[in-house]
Design a binder for this molecule. Structure first.
Ligand code: KG4
Ligand code: ZN
Length: 340
């Protein structure tokens, strides 16, 4: 019988302060404090994010321990997000994790946030659950990244393609800002798009090599599209909001799907997953299911609570690192950029 391993994981890479307790690959608690302060600025303000992490981190850890019914003295390892992310935000999680590791005299485990998003697929919910087989393809789509990854093993990743400029999440968020919607804009565009006609407007496509992506041109052409129409009709956005959202969302998702299909074709891999905040998008989820049926893929879609940033994904990644004794020293420093 395998020994039970209890890990406390902390995620603080951007604007969500999250703590999770995992027992092997089963999550006992996953508590996230979402910072509301950024809404009024239409995007994350790094300085304010760090301050909110400072305020939230201990209460969030306490709440996770309480929910899991676990004492700090029972914990076998402390995990934290090392990067990529905002330096001031990462420093809060890293410092708290180091202090706990030092005071409890237990191993410290650093986790790559992008690996975490992917390994969220291995959080065990029940015995019947389908999990991807190695190697599988993962389209990781978030506010900071857009990556196509070949996952060869739990901790063995090959980057097949990525964005050359903005992430797809940014393309959602910036468009929402242009339309006067709140932050984060992705979920709002998704919601309004449900009532809209996606055939109404067409957007330009960026040509990018191989399995890479580009969203900055699409974002700029969206700005010009709105400006041009508004010059002719001041009420253009109000009168067409749902159709604009539906058409723009459809366009972004079709860009993603084209590259995902190409990657599947080139590699011959049939297990295909999505991960990251934008994988919560209803059109992304619909289109990958559809492509799965048409191409005989085994499709893996994360539960909604494991799409956007959360410590559960950091905890499960840390569990696989713990099994390999992959620990780090107390002088480890966070990294704003970090390769997968
Ligand atoms: O993974 P995540 O929580 O944070 C990063 O690592 O960046 O992703 C956040 C991104 C934001 O851009 C947000 O607008 C987007 O995920 N997002 C969505 C949806 N839910 C979250 N985008 C489109 N549709 C959604 N339903
Ligand atoms: Zn993320």
């Amino acid at each position: 019988m395998q020994k039970e391993v209890l890990i406390l994981a902390i995620e603080s890479s951007c604007d969500d302060t999250s703590a999770a307790i995992i027992c092997n690959d089963k999550i006992l608690a996953n508590i996230t404090a979402t910072q509301k302060i950024h809404e009024q600025y239409g995007g994350v303000v790094p300085e304010l994010a760090s301050r909110d992490h400072q305020k939230n981190i201990i209460p969030v850890i306490d709440a996770a321990l309480k929910k899991a019914g676990v004492n700090l003295s029972q914990i076998n390892g402390i995990a934290f997000t090392r990067g990529p992310g905002l330096m001031g935000s990462l420093l809060v999680g890293a410092s708290v994790a180091k202090s706990l590791s030092l005071s409890l005299d237990i191993p410290l485990i650093e986790v790559n946030h992008m690996q975490g998003h992917i390994l969220a697929h291995f959080i065990k919910e029940n015995d019947l659950q389908k999990i991807p087989s190695f190697p599988f393809l993962c389209l990781t789509i978030s506010g900071g990244h857009t990556q196509l990854v070949k996952v060869k093993d739990y901790l063995d990743f090959e980057l097949l393609g990525e964005t050359t400029d903005d992430a797809v999440g940014e393309a959602f968020d910036k468009a929402a800002k242009i339309l006067g919607l709140g932050y984060p804009g992705g979920p709002q565009i998704d919601k309004l798009a449900q009532q809209g006609d996606y055939t109404k407007f067409k957007f330009a496509e960026s040509k990018v090599d191989e399995l890479n992506f580009s969203f900055s041109g699409i974002k700029t052409s969206f700005l010009y599209f709105v400006q041009n129409h508004t010059q002719k009709n001041i009420r253009f956005v109000d009168e067409n909001l749902n159709d604009i959202c539906a058409s723009y969302q459809k366009h972004l998702v079709s860009v993603l799907m084209k590259k995902l299909l190409k990657a599947a074709e080139q590699t011959g891999i049939k297990d295909v997953a999505i991960a990251g905040g934008v994988s919560a998008n209803s059109e992304v989820r619909k289109q990958i299911e559809k492509a799965g049926k048409e191409n005989n893929w085994n499709v893996f879609i994360p539960k909604l609570e494991y799409c956007t940033d959360n410590a559960a994904m950091i905890a499960v990644t840390a569990y696989y690192k713990y099994l390999k004794n992959d620990f780090c020293k107390l002088d480890v420093a966070p990294m704003v950029r970090m390769k997968i």
